[in-house]
Design a protein around this ligand. Structure first.
Ligand SMILES: Nc1ncnc2c1ncn2[C@@H]1O[C@H](COP(=O)(O)OP(=O)(O)O)[C@@H](O)[C@H]1O
Ligand SMILES: O=c1ccn([C@@H]2O[C@H](COP(=O)(O)O)[C@@H](O)[C@H]2O)c(=O)[nH]1
Length: 204
């Protein structure tokens, strides 16, 4: 199993790039695991308390479970991937059966901060978009889809998201084998990653 790690700051376009990569690839040969599904279980807290959590610090992720699941998939076993609700700021009861695939993509802002996960990745990719571009995308998405208002997002961006990005996420660019510039849609980079995957699929 080839594991491809895709990191990058919030709003850089990781999910979009992953969807572009897997689009046109055989569905039963490539799987995706999202780091968001592995936020710590916060069921012991109220929604109000959960909304105050720092979701941009590496400690907010249950990396042990993510590592366990990746190892199981690599060993040919299926796992139950948690499902995360951004509106609830928590995992929900449902899980998604996730089966081993020839290629598994793991994406998330913090995945390259964890040395165990990093070492499991055969290819490490960092998606880059400028800070102002990411903030604009984030604002639109938080207000339209994730249950935050404009002021909450701006305040969170200044007090948590930006400092955490500078301290933990941006430095992981150094670990990347490939950096994808994504201020604009980057079809050439997507095509290159897709051809690497196709080569791997043809091997087996
Ligand atoms: N290259 C791009 N140009 C313009 N908008 C983009 C681009 N890539 C992603 N977006 C938009 O930005 C928002 C965040 O993208 P997303 O892929 O969810 O980022 P991430 O997963 O890194 O947080 C989405 O609304 C998406 O449609
Ligand atoms: O309940 C939550 C949990 C996390 N977030 C924010 O999500 C981003 C990471 O997701 P991307 O899709 O990669 O942007 C992170 O910056 C958290 O602040 C949230 O809003 N609510």
């Amino acid at each position: 199993m080839l594991i491809i790690g895709i990191a990058g700051g919030t709003g850089c376009g990781k999910t979009t790039v992953v969807n572009q990569i897997i689009n046109e690839l055989p569905k039963n040969e490539v799987g995706v695991i999202s780091q968001d599904a592995y936020y710590n279980d916060l069921s012991h807290l109220t929604l109000e308390e959960r909304r105050k959590t720092n979701f941009d610090h590496p400690n907010s992720i249950d990396f042990n479970l993510l590592e366990k699941h990746l190892k199981a998939l690599k060993a040919g076993e299926s796992v139950e991937q948690p499902v995360y609700s951004f509106l609830e700021c928590n995992r929900i009861q449902k899980t998604i059966p996730t089966h081993p695939r020839k290629v598994m993509i793991v994406e998330g802002i913090l995945i390259l901060t964890n040395s165990e996960i990093r070492n499991m990745c055969d290819i490490k990719i960092f998606v880059h978009a400028d800070t102002d571009e990411r903030l604009i995308r984030r604002l639109k998405r938080d207000v339209n889809e994730r249950g935050w208002n404009l002021n909450e997002t701006l305040e969170n961006y200044q007090n948590v998201i930006k400092p955490m990005h500078d301290q933990f996420i941006e430095p992981t660019k150094e670990y990347a084998d490939i950096i994808i510039p994504n201020n604009k849609y980057n079809t050439v980079a997507v095509e290159i990653v897709r051809s690497i995957i196709n080569e791997k699929l043809a091997e087996a």
